[in-house]
Design a protein around this ligand. Structure first.
Ligand code: ZN
Length: 244
């Protein structure tokens, strides 16, 4: 089984189309999304349509929740708040219903999917250290969990030979057969923040027991113009070129 995992898409249609093309080339059997399908970008409806059309398993991100008034945007920065308000004016009732009905986590045959943490997904906390990862690793009964939220790819691991210690790696390929538990942040499709502007995605090959984080160039210019034309804050277009 080959899973293709979409990190935070954030309404970036060009990036999403490019990654889905890559999934087709890689022979992906099933698509997973760690949430934040919408917010920031100028194509929220098109992105919802696309992830639905490929039959993806999708969990709820904090921007998805904010766009259906489930969380208070007081904790968002000004640009994010503006983007949420704009997205709310664009979404049709049926799309809002789809977002509202997204689960907080998903459990598949050999992995979990969540947006922020696995142990308290509704709080949308960030995993930025091994200590942050520990409570999620503690509740895992399956070997692998995919998350997003920080927009920075990283793998947090407990290895078979030292299962009490949590380590991390930014290697492009993780051999999950060596890991007793692996919590993997897949980075972001539509708004990378690790100073690499290319779209990020992951491929989980269950036969090979590997998770690969890959990067692919997409048409940033086109997407930035879409953001500017929509009247969204221009900083949301500019940051795409920098990967911040
Ligand atoms: Zn996000």
């Amino acid at each position: 089984m080959k899973y293709g995992i979409l990190g935070d898409i954030h309404g970036n249609l060009s990036a999403l189309e490019t990654v889905l093309d890559a999934f087709r080339r890689e022979g992906v059997d099933h698509v997973l999304s760690v949430g934040d399908v919408v917010g920031y970008g100028a194509a929220p409806r098109e992105c919802i349509d696309l992830v639905r059309s490929v039959g993806a398993t999708v969990v709820k991100g904090n921007h998805d929740a904010a766009c259906v008034d489930e969380i208070d945007v007081v904790y968002f920065n000004n640009y994010a708040r503006e983007a949420v308000a704009w997205t709310q004016t664009m979404l049709k009732r049926e799309e809002r219903r789809w977002l509202a009905e997204l689960p907080m986590t998903a459990e598949l045959e050999s992995c979990y999917v969540s947006h922020g943490t696995l142990h308290q997904p509704e709080l949308f906390n960030y995993i930025q250290s091994t200590t942050d990862a520990d409570p999620s690793l503690d509740v895992m009964e399956l070997p692998v969990c995919f998350v997003g939220h920080t927009h920075v790819p990283v793998a947090l691991l407990r290895l078979h030979d030292d299962p009490l210690r949590t380590a991390y790696t930014v290697d492009g390929v993780v051999d999950v057969s060596e890991a007793y538990r692996a919590l993997i942040n897949v980075g972001s499709v539509g708004q990378p923040r690790d100073e690499d502007p290319r779209a990020a995605y992951a491929i989980f090959d269950t036969m090979e027991s590997t998770v690969a984080i890959r990067r692919v160039e997409y048409d940033i210019e086109l997407e930035a113009n879409r953001i500017r034309k929509a009247g969204l804050p221009s900083v949301l277009a500019d940051r795409l070129f920098l990967g911040v």
